[in-house]
Ligand binder design. Structure first.
Ligand code: SAH
Length: 253
């Protein structure tokens, strides 16, 4: 049987001791109660950092599942390049959708930010909770779509902080701006060819011209995706899909 035919489980913080490890919490409940897997059943365990192991269930108890690591599996082919999405925080359901869909499409990381026309504002304590929830969505999307490393989710910070942290970042950097009139995405991607990609997508209220010029000063090229104004979540997933189509792995190897 091919390794891919086993169910895959992502266990963050996976600790292997003497060839065994314990699975606890929600994942354990899922394995034993929902899937009704038990002693002798095989699975592929992922550590969320690229490590993959073929494992077999040894025992199931109320609290945990003990599995024996049978063998490490080779790393899977990583995405041919990195896509970072800097995304303004948008309304809850749309943001969740965006994180799930761009994860499926293979975005490497999502860095959320707040800008001047953001409709959604979160107090410091809520930011941590939100980030936790977004990580969970990325984690579940990774499991569902057969991805070994979930998209990384950065802490939500201000747009200015975000720009500063990307000032010296390598690769092609773009900011999606519906008012841009001379540069479109297609031309840019065809001109540059595959390299590290960072894209910024704005909030429901869009960007101010000043924010766009600050982004330009940090090395981001303003680009248009045509005359139709897309919702932020549509813009983000179209952006990731297009970059993957032009440079990435939206095709068979
Ligand atoms: N409220 C704004 C639109 C915001 S759309 C207005 O009506 O003018 C949300 C975000 O999606 C924008 O900040 C931009 O980053 C991106 N976006 C939407 N449509 C776009 C387009 N046609 N070209 C480039 N970016 C677009």
């Amino acid at each position: 049987m091919n390794d891919i035919s086993f169910r895959r489980f992502l266990v963050e913080g996976l600790e292997i001791e003497n060839g065994f490890c314990l699975i606890t919490g929600r994942e354990a409940h899922h394995i034993s109660r929902v899937l009704r897997m038990g002693r002798g059943d095989s699975m592929v365990l992922l550590d969320g950092k690229g490590g993959r192991f073929l494992a077999e269930i040894q025992s199931v108890s109320q609290e945990n599942i003990k599995v024996q690591i049978k063998k490490p599996l080779g790393p899977v082919q990583p995405s041919p390049f990195e896509i970072t999405l800097c995304q303004a925080v948008i309304k809850s359901a749309s943001m969740d959708y965006l994180i799930q869909k761009t994860s499926e499409l293979g975005v490497t990381r999502i860095f959320p930010f707040f800008s001047s026309r953001s409709v959604v504002h979160l107090k410091a304590d809520r930011r941590q909770k939100k980030r936790h929830r977004w990580k969970e969505i990325a984690h579940n999307a990774a499991k569902q779509c057969n991805r070994d490393i979930p998209a990384e989710i950065g802490p939500p910070i201000s747009f200015e902080q975000q720009l500063t942290s990307f000032e010296n970042a390598p690769g092609l950097k773009v900011i999606l701006w519906e008012k841009e009139t001379s540069q479109d995405l297609k031309g840019l991607l065809q001109h540059y060819g595959p390299r590290v990609f960072t894209g910024i997508v704005g909030p429901e209220g869009g960007f101010t011209p000043e924010e766009v010029s600050n982004a330009q000063a940090a090395g981001f090229i303003p680009v248009s995706m045509g005359n139709r104004i897309l919702r932020a979540e549509t813009a983000a997933l179209v952006l990731v899909a297009i970059v993957q189509y032009e440079w990435g792995d939206l095709q068979l190897p």
